[in-house]
Design a protein around this ligand. Structure first.
Ligand SMILES: [Zn+2]
Length: 238
């Protein structure tokens, strides 16, 4: 499997950047994993939009799905399967009504293979203000989990056990006050999840443009290694 970072920022991009989106190539298929702002322009540096085989949306916040509302204008005579949560109703309804999208509702009981491959998908509900799922890709001995957005979560930690590469939401530095309603993990919690789950490698993403990346990396590295902050347009082999 190969993961190309199309956008790593949230909730808005740095100048020249994009918000959450990855191109996952596995089993000969091309999967767009989240579709934040700027992702459609970026993905075309790697494949034509008509060559996408599947879209998976972890949740329907705009920094993870806004370019889906543009993709509907670009697909010509093709129906693209889209896995997504059922809520929020408004965003789901717009995407569900698009003739170019064949929508499949994500749930924790949805265990399936990407059609035509041996790649298995499974999902774990996260802690976030809207319905959101982490997703696991497994192909033979190789595995990859993307957290979606989440606060620290015991079930997510269990879901990551035995995973090779863990790509995790790392929204906050420890200097950020916890009001009890933060929608993301502290970066040290991302690292703690990786350590408790025993993953082989931690990749940090959902980078808030206001933070210095070195500070994020230092807080994570104090808890877990190997760890790195993903780079946009970089390709990671799983
Ligand atoms: Zn979100």
């Amino acid at each position: 499997m190969k993961v190309t970072v199309l956008g790593k920022y949230g909730p808005y991009p740095k100048q020249g950047g994009a918000t959450t989106s990855y191109l996952v190539e596995c089993g000969g298929k091309k999967v767009l994993l989240d579709a934040g702002s700027g992702s459609l322009s970026r993905v075309q540096e790697f494949c034509a939009l008509d060559d996408l085989d599947l879209v998976i949306l972890t949740h329907l916040h705009s920094d993870h799905c806004s370019d889906m509302f543009i993709l509907r204008y670009a697909l010509k005579g093709k129906t693209l399967p889209v896995f997504l949560p059922r809520m929020p109703e408004k965003e789901y309804g717009i995407l569900h009504a698009c003739p170019c999208f064949d929508t499949v509702e994500i749930s924790e009981t949805l265990d399936c293979e990407i059609p035509g491959t041996n790649v298995k998908l499974s999902f774990c509900k996260t802690i976030h203000p809207v319905e959101c799922y982490a997703v696991k890709f497994r192909e033979g001995q190789d595995s990859f989990v993307f957290s979606g957005d989440s606060r620290y979560s015991g079930p997510l930690t269990d879901f990551c056990k035995g995973t090779g590469t863990f790509l995790c939401d790392s929204g906050f530095l420890s200097s950020q006050e916890d009001t009890g309603a933060l929608p993301h993990m502290y970066v040290r919690e991302a690292a703690l999840t990786a350590r408790r789950a025993g993953v082989k490698r931690l990749l940090l993403t959902h980078i808030n443009p206001v933070y210095e990346e070195k500070k994020l990396l230092d807080e994570a590295a104090a808890v877990f290694s190997p760890v790195e902050i993903v780079k946009e347009l970089e390709q990671y082999h799983i």
